[in-house]
Design a protein around this ligand. Structure first.
Ligand code: ADP
Ligand code: MG
Length: 685
């Protein structure tokens, strides 16, 4: 296919269906909505006269629009508005806006604004306040307005309605025995939940936001108890599981693979390889996470583990989260193992039915010793001949249920499980809670890597950057250009990607520019990637589909447009696509308007290329909260409680969970299901 083919979604095709977007937020059952608690609150219960607004606080006011201008700025158009009431004037600015907002903010209209007030250039101002057109005579709310964790295509107003409905529909039965509730001075569950969703006027915002409120204590305790129960339960399950010991008579294939590699393993790789070999030789299933920064060489570790399994007469499976990544593993590993006589099968959801049948046949007959693919590997109809080892790359969650799906039929043995990831797990979590998961760290990069130089450049200087690229590419370099993320809409992301693609093609007419994005059919994606790998495409315009794993050592320049819109971990992953060869590599972060924290965040990426350090500083800036790494542990993630600061609750929960399971196991499990069943799939296994 031509690289100019950038077919977007077919007509009529939409964003991911709502149910899928909700599932990404962990929202499937009514109970999930009930337990989807606010991040913070907005106090819309009062209107402050403009003359009484205090800088530094979020407040609500109401007034008439007396000025509304669209002003040109190098970063894009701004909307500047002045609102007044009988007591004063307020300036309001929007750095981006929709046509509907222009209408809402026309001169003469009355608007209600909610936002942080600050001292601006021309007096008090609000930047990007929430704007409403007030309804005549309608009363103000009597409870604080919850602000929920939301996501792409799932808006606050929608969530508020949906959660309010769930609160009416679900019977919030208190499963906790009264004795423990009284001993810990915890409120009843339905009261606590309602209080947190809709705190009355006058509730202490402080206690709510630092989560010391008794209602929060109750929810945290319940969460911790649920986690304890699930942990104990999965340990119990695990104690009952067995695996085939992979202790081969010969290590012929493993040795030949090692000998045929164009490089020697680093010391860290050797150590990790040894650890895996020891685990594999046991009759309890391995459950090991290999954690290594981007480019540390995890793929070869996977291939060696597979070789060990094959040497012992077993099959191995390697699963990756995206087509691009799976295909890349397939190519690389085939290139390593096929010359040594190993048949590798390929499975993907997008495969033609005949190909699939053909591959399935090889898997069930045992002819294919190694199977590489996407989630298609754990779908119905895949039946292994003698699976000994399952490897999962860059997967954030792989629960017991999936693991059970990945085993040979008629075999009560579980495969050994090896997970690979570049996302660091916080130390405290690893120490206190990962009893079930062994972690190996590759803490060394292969020799000869050139450090990546990272530069921050204002987006106003894009033309310069493009001219520079032209030069570099003519000298044989290849470039990734990552398109800006547009919040709220996947559709806009695609439009933006296409626009960026056209823009860059126009700016660099002498170069071959390709485009890949998530909605591209798999073959087209692959065709573009192949052309990039072969050097036919010199500039690859991409969305974050290239975030993990993509390995094209000749690509030495990465440009990320509107870098301030990406998460730090994501920027680090993206940057890891360059600096993989012997050439010096560069990463250019093009930034638009930056907030104080925005600037600080980008500085982190400029100052360090160490994934652990990035994660640590990210945590510092954001404060502890959701941490991706926690999911990898296979341990149910904590959303509300904090293992470090809620020590007393953690201990109480640990003691109580043990008692509860022995006194009333049914109830205890029912409790854990409320919290986790949809999300983690633990208790279903
Ligand atoms: P990641 O850990 O990000 O998955 P990869 O496995 O893709 O990293 O490895 C990155 C690159 O480094 C690949 O091109 C790989 O072949 C190469 N590589 C891996 N181990 C070594 C080594 N010990 N010495 C030199 N190059 C290596
Ligand atoms: Mg990788």
């Amino acid at each position: 296919m031509a690289t100019g083919n950038f077919a977007l979604r077919k007509k009529g095709e939409k964003l991911a269906p709502l149910s899928e977007r909700l599932a990404r937020l962990g929202l499937t059952r009514d109970w999930d909505f009930v337990l989807h608690l606010p991040l913070r609150y907005e106090d819309e219960t009062a209107i402050t006269a403009i003359g009484r607004l205090v800088p530094g606080e979020a407040q609500q006011c109401e007034g008439e629009v007396i000025r509304s201008d669209v002003v040109r700025r190098p970063q894009g158009n701004q909307l500047q508005v002045t609102v007044r009431d009988a007591t004063g004037h307020l300036q309001v600015r929007f750095l981006h806006f929709y046509p509907s907002q222009l209408k809402q903010l026309e001169i003469g209209k009355t608007v209600r604004l909610y936002g942080a007030v600050r001292q601006g250039y021309l007096g008090l101002e609000m930047v990007h306040p929430k704007v409403k057109t007030p309804t005549q005579g309608a009363a103000l709310p009597t409870t604080l307005t919850p602000v929920y964790p939301a996501g792409e295509g799932v808006t606050q107003p929608w969530l508020r309605k949906r959660i309010a409905r769930a609160l009416l529909d679900v019977e919030i039965k208190d499963l906790l025995p009264e004795t423990i509730r009284e001993r810990l001075h915890l409120p009843e569950l339905h009261r606590a939940i309602k209080h947190l969703h809709h705190p009355p006027v006058g509730a202490s915002l402080m206690a709510l936001s630092d989560r010391t409120d008794p209602a929060w204590q109750r929810l945290k305790f319940d969460e911790l108890v649920a986690q304890q129960i699930t942990l104990r339960y999965s340990r119990e399950l695990k104690a009952q599981t067995i695996a085939h010991a992979i202790a081969p008579q010969t290590t012929a294939l493993t040795d030949r693979l090692l000998a045929s590699l164009p490089f020697a393993l680093t010391r860290a790789q050797q150590r990790v390889e040894d650890e895996i070999a020891k685990d594999l030789a046991k009759t309890t299933p391995m459950n090991r996470l290999v954690q290594g920064d981007v480019g540390s060489g995890k793929t070869v570790i996977a291939a060696l583990a597979a070789a060990r399994a094959i040497d012992a007469g077993f099959q191995a499976a390697l699963m990756a989260p995206t087509e691009i990544l799976a295909e890349q593993h397939f190519q690389k590993i085939t290139q390593w193992l096929e010359p040594l006589g190993v048949t590798v099968a390929w499975l993907s959801g997008k495969q033609k039915s005949r190909d699939r049948q053909n591959n399935l046949q090889k898997i069930v007959s045992g002819e294919a010793k190694l199977v590489v693919g996407t989630h298609a590997l754990i779908q119905d109809g895949v039946s292994f001949n003698r699976l000994g080892l399952a490897i999962v790359d860059e997967q954030h969650r792989f629960g017991v249920a999936q693991r059970l799906a990945l085993r040979s039929s008629n075999d009560e043995h579980l495969p050994h499980l090896l997970m690979l990831s570049a996302t660091p797990i916080p130390r405290t979590l690893a120490m206190s809670y990962l009893a079930d998961l062994d972690v190996s760290v590759i803490d060394e990069l292969p020799p000869g890597r050139q450090p990546i130089t990272t530069k921050l450049v204002s987006i106003g200087r894009k033309a310069e950057v493009l001219a520079n690229i032209n030069e570099q590419v003519l000298q044989g370099r290849q470039v990734y250009w990552v398109c800006p993320l547009i919040e709220e809409s996947e559709k806009l992301d695609l439009t933006a990607a296409t626009e960026t693609f056209n823009e860059i093609r126009e700016a660099l007419p002498r170069l071959n520019v390709g485009l890949v994005h998530g909605a591209l059919p798999a073959e087209d994606k692959q065709a573009v990637m192949d052309d990039f790998k072969d050097g036919k495409v010199q500039v690859l315009v991409a969305t974050t589909v290239i975030e993990v794993g993509v390995d094209v050592p000749n690509a030495t320049l990465m440009v990320i447009e509107h870098a301030e819109r990406f998460g730090l971990a994501q920027l680090h992953q993206l940057r890891g696509r360059v600096g993989r060869g012997a050439q010096k590599s560069f990463c250019i972060l093009l930034y638009g308007e930056l907030s104080e924290t925005g600037r600080e965040r980008l500085k982190v990426i400029r100052e360090t290329t160490d994934g652990f350090e990035v994660a640590r500083r990210d945590l510092e800036i954001r404060g502890p909260g959701e941490f991706l790494g926690a999911r990898q542990s296979g341990t149910p993630m904590l959303r509300f409680a904090n293992l470090e600061t809620d020590v007393e609750l953690v201990e109480a929960a640990r003691d109580f969970a043990g008692q509860w399971l022995s006194i009333d196991p049914e109830r205890a499990k029912q409790h854990a299901k409320r919290w986790y069943s949809a999300k983690e799939g633990f208790l279903e296994a």
